[in-house]
Design a protein around this ligand. Structure first.
Ligand SMILES: Nc1ncnc2c1ncn2[C@@H]1O[C@H](COP(=O)(O)OP(=O)(O)O[C@H]2O[C@H](CO)[C@@H](O)[C@H](O)[C@H]2O)[C@@H](O)[C@H]1O
Length: 643
């Protein structure tokens, strides 16, 4: 039995058959024409074509229950021999998932689902179309919240798929099943699919299995292998990055290529016409595998891939001698080939030859997206391109920037479960209470009049921690409070601890990774500081604005795109949502902070305006999801970049 889609907005992947063993097997074709009758409700007009000799009375009448309409009693259980044959018979209301009951599965050769473009649209609350064309989308990622998160990549891959699924797409996310003793409970609802494959790489055949959870209309697929079960964080432990990360993410990429072909999720596989969305270096082997190992055999010729760059600083680079381990044909070496400049080589005999996963995706993916427009330009410059600028420039015609959204269910001051008090743009009193609670929790003097400045993030060169370190002695001379939450570089962790003991009434350094604490800091602070050296998008400034906390940021990448510097003399009165300073120097940062502090102290109405403008900005994923759809459509208009 085959299911084919006809017409724009092919719905075939979601057609489901419920076979009735009582029905007689007779070859036929069922045509199901979907007509949209209301938002989310469809009528299927069924007609059956089959051999002229087909005895009509041997077939049970169709029952077409929808998700929304309660299923009618199942006449299939007692087929009435006098029932007329099908022609245009079964009509019922149903969601886009078409369920045919009472027809023997093996009695049907083909289901043709025809829906005009208009009919197949999923409508929004105002009955306006969301997605024009629905697709099968496969996200491949090293992390996705709430299962596993080490930073912004996890946030994005935990919420963008849900936003796309809400627009009518069929979405799968493929990521490792990390079991490390602390996050195991996050995978509790994921069930073993019974599917396992053997992956030929690294000198052996490695068995991986698949687990699955269906949540928020998304198929969350977890690849299981012993190398994902170990203490520490996702990518390393106290001794640094895991030495076998290249192996672990090679397995992920192979598994992600197989998943749409073998996993029957909701009864049906995703098939060969997918959009693979590969995130950062962990997933970057996917487009290379599609080109080198599938398309030459006629598989995935109708699929496309989009590389999403969240952070160019991590590229998955290993010695060239590891290439044979990857299981790729020798002639594909050039796609991953990477030669370090002489200054970056370790000794005179080092030829600097390496393989670079991210580079592999840059030269094979159909489209490339960075997580802000500003960053999409920066990656083409020598300063921001981390060595890939020339290659990325050569692909400028398919390079776009889309600013991330945020998960409004998770980050919403009116409902946030991590907060002791709630508030909204109309009633900010809860924010003052959150501030007092935070000061109490941190053991700082509880004072409403003192500006409380926060920092949340990885303690990493990228985040400009060294600038904060240099500025602290000056800043601590002011009447301010400062709280930092972060983990990473042990040198900075030690510095945070010692600074806390030097400025007991003013500074708190919380070393560690705690999502609830990050929510409480975002809500309780007045100012959020982000002096990032580079920032592809940045999420904390978006969370801050959503919570009425005014961001002071270095004007780079996504920070420049999202934070508008305060202007008291704008054309329509006061404008702006924070301060974006540039260039990145301690003096400039202190100047921006002092301007913010004096506005907080001396211009209360202006401060409230800043808070409210930030809170009323649209930070939802809807707009970004629509832009991703556009990129996918462009990709499908073109032939695959590498056949
Ligand atoms: N100690 C801690 N405790 C609790 N939570 C913590 C934490 N440290 C960080 N976080 C959380 O991790 C996330 C960090 O996201 P960012 O976007 O700011 O940076 P990151 O560099 O990880 O992401 C990369 O990918 C994202 C997504 O595309 C880009 O926005 C970004 O610019 C790019 O560098 C936020 O949700 C933050 O609250």
């Amino acid at each position: 039995m085959a299911a084919t889609g006809v017409g724009a907005g092919c719905l075939a992947p979601s057609v489901r058959l419920r076979a009735d063993p009582a029905a007689r097997a007779t070859a036929c074709v069922v045509r199901a024409r979907l007509r949209r009758v209301a938002r989310g409700r469809y009528v299927a007009e069924l007609s059956r074509e089959g051999p002229a000799a087909r005895p009509a009375q041997q077939l049970a009448p169709p029952v077409v229950p929808g998700f929304l309409a309660p299923p009618p009693p199942a006449p299939a259980q007692s087929p009435a021999p006098t029932q007329p044959p099908l022609p245009d018979a079964g009509v019922g209301e149903l969601a886009p998932d078409l369920l045919l009951e009472g027809i023997a599965e093996d009695s049907i050769d083909t289901i043709v689902v025809a829906a005009s473009e208009q009919d197949s649209e999923i409508m929004d609350a105002n009955d306006q179309p969301l997605a024009k064309v629905t697709r099968s989308i496969v996200f491949v990622t090293g992390e996705a919240a709430p299962y596993a998160k080490s930073g912004g990549l996890g946030d994005v891959c935990g919420s963008l798929p849900i936003a796309l699924a809400a627009r009518g797409h069929r979405v799968m996310v493929v990521m490792p099943r990390y079991l490390n003793g602390t996050s195991d409970k996050n995978y509790a609802k994921a069930l073993y699919t019974g599917k396992h494959i053997k992956i030929p790489c690294f000198g052996g055949s490695h068995e991986v299995t698949f687990f699955h959870e269906y949540r928020d209309n998304v198929d969350w697929v977890f690849v299981d292998h012993p190398s994902y079960h170990r203490p520490g964080s996702l990518y390393g432990d106290n001794f640094g990055a895991f030495g076998d990360n290249q192996f672990r993410y090679t397995l992920l990429c192979y598994a992600a290529c197989e998943a749409p072909l073998i996993l029957e999720l909701g009864g049906y596989i995703y098939g060969q016409s997918c959009m693979f969305v590969v995130n950062d270096w962990h997933a970057s082997l996917v487009p290379v595998l599609l080109a080198a190992k599938y398309r030459p055999y006629g598989v995935y010729r109708d699929s496309r891939s989009t590389l999403v760059i969240h952070n160019l600083a991590h590229q998955g680079v290993e010695p060239a001698s590891t290439y044979p381990d990857l299981g790729l044909p020798p002639e594909w070496y050039g796609a991953l080939e990477w030669v370090f400049p002489e200054w970056a080589r370790r000794h005179a005999l080092d030829k600097g030859e390496a393989v670079n996963f991210l580079k592999g995706a840059v030269v094979t993916a159909d489209r490339i997206v960075t997580v802000s427009q500003g960053y999409s330009w920066e990656v083409t410059t020598a300063e921001g391109g981390q060595g890939l600028n020339e290659l990325l420039s050569s692909r400028k015609s398919v390079l776009n920037g889309i600013v991330n959204g945020i998960d409004i269910n998770d980050w919403n001051p009116t409902t946030d479960k991590c907060l002791p008090h709630h508030y909204s743009v109309d009633d900010l009193s809860g924010k003052a209470k959150c501030k007092a609670e935070l000061q109490r929790e941190l053991g700082l003097p509880v004072r409403e009049d003192v500006p409380l400045i926060g920092f949340i993030g990885r303690l990493d060169y990228q985040k400009g921690i060294d600038l904060i370190k240099m500025a602290i002695p000056d800043l601590m001379r002011e009447d301010v409070q400062f709280v930092m939450l972060g983990s990473g570089d042990p040198v900075f962790e030690g510095w945070m601890r010692s600074t806390e003991s030097s400025y007991k009434d003013k500074f708190r350094g919380w070393v560690g990774f705690s999502v609830p604490v990050s929510h409480r800091i975002t809500a309780g602070c007045d100012i959020l500081l982000m002096p990032s050296r580079f920032e592809p998008c940045g999420l904390n400034q978006l969370y801050a604005m959503q919570y009425g906390t005014v961001p002071v940021v270095h004007g780079t990448g996504g920070l420049r795109d999202t934070v508008e510097t305060f202007n008291p003399f704008g054309a329509k009165g006061e404008e702006g949502t924070g301060w974006a300073f540039s260039p990145l120097t301690v003096e400039k940062m202190l100047w921006a902070l002092r301007t913010a502090i004096s506005t907080f102290r001396e211009h209360k109405p202006s401060w409230e305006g800043l808070m409210k403008r930030g809170m009323t900005k649209d930070h939802t994923w809807d707009h970004a999801a629509e832009q991703y759809e556009q990129i996918f459509e462009w990709a499908f208009v073109d032939q695959p970049y590498v056949m």
